[in-house]
Design a protein around this ligand. Structure first.
Ligand code: AP5
Length: 214
């Protein structure tokens, strides 16, 4: 089953994608994580992405699309995948359809996590991410064992783009560039709206119901 998550920054896409992947036994393909890994490795692609990510802007299509095209063809993605952070624009969605069609596959569900802007900043500023596992915590809503250590004692990191001055342009870009995907996937009959407000476990159950995962 090929599933896409869309929703504003901090809506819980990564949190829920990790849970759905564990349930379905398929990989999470998170373009933000892939770009951050490239940036950390100091590759040319990572340096290019950094110019945009630190401003809260979208990385150009030619940087992101190649990453996704390669990743969906890896053997572990053969039974399915959960895309988190891609597509992020209608042109990216059109290209994704073409990539999947060439492979004889198609998206089954697009899960839209709906969270009002008023909650976003608190979610993002309280986020901590496990350095080794990538496990996502929230200091208040999904607390780690201690404020700077996750399960197993791993160090917790703050994302560079989680500062308030970078979150604002990310939200503006979501409304301008990504939100049009709601109508686009709605017209294709693929959109599954899920209320992203409430306990993390309750949201997970709502997603499972929305896509018929048992
Ligand atoms: P990316 O990493 O994809 O960031 P994003 O889309 O802005 O989303 P986030 O990762 O911030 O949030 P999330 O929805 O995953 O929320 P999370 O689960 O962590 O992209 C980063 C950058 O990379 C972009 O700005 C762009 O520059 C570039 N990029 C990436 N993909 C691109 C593309 N396709 N094209 C171009 N550029 C691209 O949850 C947030 C917090 O809330 C956590 O602390 C969590 O514990 C907590 N939380 C989760 N659920 C709940 C709940 N129900 N109640 C309370 N708290 C909750």
């Amino acid at each position: 089953m090929d599933v896409v998550f869309i929703g504003p920054p901090g809506a819980g896409k990564g949190t829920q994608a990790q849970r759905l992947c564990a349930k379905l036994g398929v990989p999470q393909i998170a373009t933000g994580d892939m770009l951050r890994a490239a940036r950390k490795a100091g590759t040319e692609l990572g340096r290019k992405a950094d110019e945009f990510m630190k401003l809260g802007a979208l990385v150009p299509d030619e940087v992101v699309i190649g990453l996704v095209e390669e990743r969906v063809q890896e053997p572990d993605a053969a039974p399915g995948f959960v895309l988190d952070g891609f597509p992020r624009t209608v042109p990216q969605a059109e290209i994704l359809d073409k990539i999947l069609a060439k492979l004889g596959r198609a998206i089954a569900h697009v899960v839209l996590l709906e969270v009002p802007d008023a909650l976003i900043l608190e979610r993002i500023t309280g986020r901590r991410v496990g350095e080794t596992t990538g496990r996502i915590y929230h200091l208040k809503y999904d607390p780690p064992p201690s404020p700077d250590r996750g399960e197993g004692g791993e160090r917790l990191l703050l994302r560079e783009d989680d500062r308030e001055d970078v979150v604002r342009p990310r939200l503006v870009n979501y409304s301008a560039l990504t939100a049009p995907l709601v109508a686009w996937y709605g017209n294709k009959g693929l959109l599954r709206r899920v209320d992203g407000v409430g306990a993390v476990d309750d949201v997970t159950q709502a997603i499972f119901r929305a896509i018929g995962a048992r």
